[in-house]
Write a protein that binds this ligand. Structure first.
Ligand code: SF4
Ligand code: SF4
Length: 301
């Protein structure tokens, strides 16, 4: 018989650093386009797994010694390679016991209709604005889980002020996958509250002033993630030299929206991203480094 303990044991064996199982009732009230029951109508629960990104990959970016390993091993490798193998193995175990497993990786380059945010980690995102529902009571495709909501439902963690999901022991240094299933597994309590105490350290650390009380402005982030700030060690004297807003841009004072961010992307070509589509993180994830240090000092990890 398939049990929660067995699922957690296998998930850890296959490489998960944290596992939680959330009852499907935790998703009641979710928008249709985010609702796991729209993916699997008989779903009983969602299995959530977190994978750590080694702390050193953040520290060497913070110390401006290496940027590429974080991008390639963290966002790119975990989401594009490791997560797939992990999910397919887990799905096999669940299917062999006679249940369904709808595996959910991080959909990095798509945004549901009406979601105008972007993903700073990749070259660009596409909003599914032309999709149509097949019937009035059906969701507009694609249904894409809200990972923050799912992490909370599975008892793994919750988003902080930065918008990044904070997990006990690992803080923001994690990636996630989920499995929607009809297996009758014992569930964990949802994560209540947050590790975030709204200290503002992430906000103060961001060279592009992309974080505010309202959360992260993803277009602003995308510009400074790519290295528009003076603190980028690959910055050259002739970068934007004829642009009257150069100083405001380098100081993180100019505000970018979807159009102006996309317009400046071609200039932010400090390290190659074309082979994979994943953008090197030239802000060094200053927000997450500051958050991790704060949570550690405060004894909240
Ligand atoms: S740095 Fe502080 S405010 Fe920002 S997410 Fe972390 S705990 Fe929350
Ligand atoms: S520090 Fe970097 S990743 Fe964090 S919000 Fe600012 S630009 Fe984005």
């Amino acid at each position: 018989m398939l049990t929660a303990d067995f699922i957690k044991q296998k998930a850890r064996e296959f490489g998960a650093d944290a596992v939680g199982i959330g009852d499907i009732s935790n998703f009641y009230g979710a928008p249709q386009q985010r609702d796991p029951r729209q993916i699997l109508p008989d779903a009983t629960c969602v299995i959530g797994c977190a994978f750590r990104i080694p702390r050193e990959l953040y520290r060497v970016m913070h110390n401006q010694k290496q940027f590429y390993n974080y991008t390639m091993l963290g966002p790119k490798y975990i989401d594009e390679d490791f997560a797939e193998i992990f999910l397919l193995k887990m799905a096999g175990i669940i299917e062999d016991e006679g249940y369904d497993a709808c595996v959910q990786r991080n959909i990095v380059n798509l945004r549901i209709q009406g979601d105008h945010s972007t993903n700073p980690e990749i070259t660009d995102t596409y909003e599914l604005k032309y999709a149509e529902a097949i019937a009035p009571d059906k969701p507009v495709p694609d249904v894409i889980l809200d990972f923050g909501m799912a992490a909370r439902a599975c008892g793994l963690g919750a988003p902080g002020m930065s918008g990044h999901i904070l997990v006990p022991k690992f803080g923001p240094f994690v990636r996630f996958v989920f499995i929607v299933t009809d297996a009758p597994l014992a569930c964990d309590p949802p994560f209540t509250g947050s590790l975030c105490d709204r200290c503002g350290k992430c906000q103060g650390a961001c060279p592009g002033h992309a974080i505010s009380e309202r959360g992260e402005d993803t277009w602003q982030c995308a510009v400074y993630y790519r290295g528009a700030a003076r603190s980028n060690p690959f910055m050259t004297d002739d970068f934007l030299k004829d642009n009257p807003e150069r100083d405001a841009i380098l100081d993180g004072k100019k505000r970018f929206d979807r159009e102006s961010a996309r317009a400046i992307y071609p200039k932010l070509d400090f390290l190659p991203s074309r082979p994979t589509g994943y953008v090197p993180c030239l802000c060094g994830r200053a927000c997450d480094n500051a958050c991790f240090e704060h949570l550690k000092e405060a004894g909240r990890l």
